[in-house]
Design a protein around this ligand. Structure first.
Ligand code: ARG
Length: 578
């Protein structure tokens, strides 16, 4: 049940009955002042202008024909011609009961589309860093939501496993193996390994030439180079998978479709574009000139697809990936998450792809750029000595910090339980702190705020969930199998019921705008409304009538179910106790 949709549809039907208004837009807004109702129809003013009539009279005309008796207890015209819709408590109560008995919480499936989500995509030459934390968890949350809405989601981990730096890396690895080191040991610290290789590349006589020769051999399919490269890649992937496991993300080995996988397709893509006359030679390189993105002086933007002297690039790979996803995988939507610095690249890629027919007209190409994670000093997040922060260490620290915090609480939990809870709290805190920020802006990483049990944090939401579960335990009731007649009387009950039914609106927002923070703020508002309700509407106190108690328990349980589902979609675990 999507209340917003339903109310809007009723207004659309009403407009269809008014002469001249048949196709008028039906803008609806949520109102934030419950005394004016929950939704507001704003279409009368524009319509009045169009029909050259008085807006309040138009509003009255709409009011006369709109059929909302079952849903609304009152409709009122306000100001210049707004129509305020106040929902009926009995109707809301029924919707809460229905949602409570439905594992999908009354969120209907949409007609299924095929949606490719390009996420995580670390560069395997190096250790996964904080930038890839964002591409991993934002991508995962959005993919979960779209999947929940009934779509066929194909995750693609576009790992950076190809490119010139691999020549130097496999040459260095070869020497290590010859000195009888084992690959996993030699590569236990990728950052270190990279540094060593780079020093040799810059300083050691002959090493750079060998590295370059290896790149050519590797691209030409030389078996020995390929084998070394494979060993490097395998170990590096294990590093990433360790992070995925700790992070609790839905990313499987099969989701890996790295840059190297497109290597065999690159020459054809370029040849095809050449043949269409889209690619031209420019200073020895092969490039596409994009007048659409011309600068102030009218000079076109240049998108290089083949280097001078041969060799393909990151850009070429993205064109091949676009074609593969649109035509082979049959994507209706292609969604890619990377840091904001790549926004221009994807704009160019889409233009080239559309010109060259590398993407079906019906496939959308959506880039979800994100801002940077910053340290307390407002500069890019680094270790104290200025190095890159390894994700694994960051996650371990989160869990340790959560352990300390939980140990200070008098929870009556066993050590084992506390350890498990600390893991969920620590990881949840890091993820939520990131996901709850507007995706496109930079944000400052702060341990203290993210781990706080107060405010807009994962621990706060997890705690709200356990609190409801403990109410059920106290009442001696089985929360997995509870329902009751819901009665909505108090203002706090109504506000809570309305918010509960808006879950689907939050979910839809995430899917449409690729913004998990909309779901985060929804869950936070829901928890806050629950706390207010909990203060005002006692459940287990003596003298509370049985029907009132059960109704309030039912409302609370739907809050718990919604929190659990919402957090689960964000990739954050809940627990029964904490
Ligand atoms: N490996 C790239 C990076 O770390 C991200 C790749 C994203 N996906 C893509 N299709 N280009 O920046």
């Amino acid at each position: 049940m999507n209340v917003f949709q339903l109310v809007q549809d009723r207004f659309k039907q009403a407009l269809a009955k008014i002469e001249g208004a048949e196709n008028a837009p039906a803008p609806l807004a949520r109102s934030n002042r419950p005394e004016f109702g929950e939704y507001q129809f704003n279409g009368a003013m524009a319509l009045a202008k169009m029909l050259k009539q008085n807006p309040r009279q138009i509003a009255q005309q709409i009011l006369d024909v709109v059929e909302l008796d079952d849903v609304a207890e009152s409709l009122e015209i306000a100001g210049p011609g707004f129509i305020n819709v106040k929902l009926k408590p009995q109707w809301l109560a029924k919707q809460v009961e229905t949602a409570l008995s439905d594992a999908r919480l009354s969120v209907e499936k949409e007609p299924a589309k095929t949606v490719v989500v390009d996420l995580s995509a670390p560069n395997l030459a190096k250790e996964m860093h904080v930038g890839h934390l964002r591409s991993t968890i934002i991508g995962d949350a959005v993919a979960n939501v779209i999947d929940f809405l009934g779509h066929n989601v194909i995750r693609q981990n576009h790992m950076g496993d190809w490119g010139t730096q691999f020549g130097m890396l496999i040459a260095h690895l070869q020497d290590k193996l010859q000195a009888s080191e084992v690959a996993t040991t030699a590569l236990s610290d990728l950052e270190d390994f990279y540094r060593q290789a780079k020093v040799r590349f810059d300083e050691e006589e002959g090493f750079a030439d060998r590295a370059r020769a290896y790149v050519v051999k590797l691209q030409g399919g030389d078996a020995e180079c390929k084998k070394l490269w494979q060993q490097f890649i395998d170990v590096s992937i294990l590093h990433s998978e360790e992070v995925y496991k700790k992070l609790n993300v839905n990313l499987k080995h099969e989701d890996i479709m790295g840059e190297s996988a497109y290597n065999p397709m690159l020459a054809d893509v370029v040849a095809d574009l050449k043949q269409q006359g889209i690619v031209v030679e420019s200073q020895g390189a092969q490039a596409v000139f994009l007048q659409e993105l011309a600068n102030k002086d009218g000079e076109p933007s240049v998108f290089i697809v083949e280097k001078s002297g041969g060799g393909f690039l990151y850009s070429t790979t993205d064109l091949a990936a676009m074609k593969y996803r649109s035509f082979e995988l049959g994507a209706d939507r292609i969604i890619i998450f990377t840091d904001a610095r790549q926004a221009y690249h994807f704009k160019q890629a889409e233009l080239v792809g559309r010109k060259g027919g590398l993407i079906k007209e019906s496939t959308t190409y959506e880039h979800g750029p994100f801002g940077m994670m910053l340290g307390k000093d407002g500069k890019p997040f680094k270790t104290r000595t200025g190095g890159t922060v390894k994700l694994v260490e960051l996650l371990d620290e989160a869990v340790e910090r959560a352990e300390k915090l939980l140990a200070e609480r008098d929870s009556g939990l066993t050590a084992q339980e506390q350890k498990e809870i600390a893991r969920k709290v620590g990881i949840g805190a890091i993820k939520y702190a990131d996901l709850s920020k507007n995706r496109t802006t930079d944000y400052i990483f702060n341990w203290d705020t993210m781990l706080s049990f107060e405010g807009d944090t994962a621990p706060y939401l997890q705690y709200a969930y356990t609190r409801i579960k403990s109410i059920f335990r106290k009442a001696g009731l089985d929360a997995s199998d509870f329902n009751a007649t819901v009665i909505i009387e108090a203002a706090q009950e109504k506000a809570l019921a309305v918010k509960l039914l808006q879950f689907v609106e939050a979910i839809n927002g995430v899917s449409a705008n690729l913004t998990p923070h909309l779901l985060c703020s929804y869950l936070y508002e829901l928890s806050s409304l629950f706390m207010t309700f909990y203060e005002a509407c006692p459940m287990l106190k003596d003298g509370i009538p049985e029907e009132t108690k059960n109704s309030r328990l039912a409302l609370s349980l739907l809050v718990a179910n919604t929190l659990q589902k919402g957090l689960d979609l964000l990739g954050i675990e809940t627990m029964e106790k904490m």
